[in-house]
Design a protein around this ligand. Sequence first.
Ligand SMILES: *Cc1c(COP(=O)(O)O)cnc(C)c1O
Length: 394
Amino acid sequence: MKNSENLGFFTRQVHAGDFNDPLGSATVPIYQTSTFKFKNADHGAACFAGEQKGYIYTRLGNPTIAALENAVANLEKGFAGIATSSGMAAITTVYLTFLGKGKHIVSHNALYGPARSVMETIFARFGVEYTYVDTTNIENVKSAIRPETAMIYTETPANPTMGISDLKKLADLAHEIGVPLVVDNTFCSPYLQRPIEFGADVVVHSMTKFLNGHADIVAGMIITANEKYHKLINPVMINMGCNIDPHQAYMVHRGLKTLGLRIERAQASAMKIAEYLQNHPKVAKVNYPGLKSHSQYELAQKQMYGPGTMMAFELKGGFNAGKKLIDNVQLILLAVSLGGIESLIQHPASMTHSKVSHEKKIEAGITDELVRLSVGIENVEDLIADLDQAFEKV
Ligand SMILES: *Cc1c(COP(=O)(O)O)cnc(C)c1O
């Protein structure tokens, strides 16, 4: 019953992935081992041949890691999960599986910075071709498709602009041309959005963010909608050595159990902060999917279970005003990353997207004055008071 799809989200986040430990441990033990003993030569041979279920070596599989993979796949309504050492390891493993010399990817122009720069600097050296367009408009994606296109990739809401791409339309288009739709669901987590429900084939996560939620681990996950893609991707992860460590997996699994609680709390505060910012005389614009002023408010309502805890806003005084603000917050941490219990503020143009050229940033809507806020679980009055005192210095 514990892995049943019919149980509620909070029940599944606590119990999915459990297994019957022989000693009755209430949590999944940490199998801190690199290798596993075989009963005899025949058993070893059968495990290697895949004729018998059994663990061989931790890069190939480990019970603690498998428990986390099962839990996240269950929450994303996917077929199976593949845990990786980082979110970037998840993304590059998926790129490596479907792309190669002469193959082409159509991807979002407002993407997690390194997910784009790794393509333009490293994958390009191996002959992979790419087109970056604003995937919030399906027509842009349609016109970028070529006969060599092997993958459509998006992130929604986009990082850091908060633009929303229509998952159903993208999945339909991908399937029309017979390629997978890959979605980075880091910004939402399965609590707020489950791309597989709209037809996505592969979901990637930086578990560093919401899934772990405590800003103390770097990790990633790939969830496939079906067995076919699982069987294509898993050997790439194994052979490239992108595996997670059992201890790291245990930590993420522990954080995962409070995912919905953390997001509910932070999201309620995010809504109040977005309203506060929208009414602030020094703020020019707030991008938050929970505000009716968001240009894709309706779409967000349709494909997300909530507007989330992430927002971006532009200050009237441009770059210097933004810099003054982030230099003067006291409670909110000036740090990149997101999705933790602590509120974080950062300036994408000079931080997360500093390696993206100025023209490409402007084209993707990442202006110099854009500030990104990840709302944590602190008391919202304290967060607003902190912003208030920082605004006074702007
Ligand atoms: C952080 C992040 C990544 C990369 O994850 P790491 O765990 O840092 O490798 C990928 N996508 C998004 C949206 C992110 O926020």
